[in-house]
Unconditional design. Structure first.
Length: 99
């Protein structure tokens, strides 16, 4: 009887560990610093949730096309000017942005 109870606890512990590890793996990135989309490198932009290399390149191209002396992005919603970045993506990346 005790062996079956112990086995159940081991299985529960294994399940919980796998579940927690899965939740942590979903947060593909761990951004400790904020990212300014007006200045960030490609590597920094790619670390943002939902922003892959293609969107990061588009962000960099968009800001290069902005006239000198003017920032391309002044608030998170401005990133919606980039093809493929909509309100849901902006909502995901907003905590990691600074302007």
């Amino acid at each position: 009887m005790y062996a079956s109870v112990a086995l159940c606890w081991i299985l529960v512990a294994a399940f919980v560990t796998d579940y927690v590890a899965g939740q942590l793996a979903r947060d593909d990135i761990a951004v400790y610093d904020t990212v300014n989309p007006n200045l960030a490198t490609l590597d920094s932009l790619v670390r943002l949730p939902g922003v892959g290399p293609e969107k990061a390149e588009s962000i960099m191209e968009y800001r290069q096309d902005t006239p000198d002396g003017k920032e391309a992005f002044t608030k998170p919603a401005d990133l919606q000017s980039i093809n493929g970045i909509g309100p849901k993506t902006v909502e995901k990346i907003e905590p990691w942005l600074s302007f």
